[in-house]
Design a binder for this molecule. Sequence first.
Ligand SMILES: [Zn+2]
Length: 110
Amino acid sequence: MENKIICPVCKELVLDINKVDKGEDGFNPCNHVMLVYTDALSFEFIHIDESMESVAKDMIEKSAEDDVFLNELMNDFAMKHDNYEIIELTTSGMSCGPCGNTDYVMFKIG
Ligand SMILES: [Zn+2]
């Protein structure tokens, strides 16, 4: 199973779940990483690029108002903007039995 997210632009290894599972720092955002959301933690963005602060703020407000998940709003955003791409990675953690989680990384590709 693939446990990594690689930047489609610069091929940097952005997220390495094998490392994260071992408690190591497996998150290494390159310049193209705009937003990172994971449903494993508290349903919040875990990384927001400076250029995305107002977009992220709008998404967080809309998420709370309309009761939608942030990854759906990220998808909407990426669909409306050709130069953004989301890569999803779903992992089933060894540490927590049957529970799985999905990480969503939005890249700026142009
Ligand atoms: Zn990159």
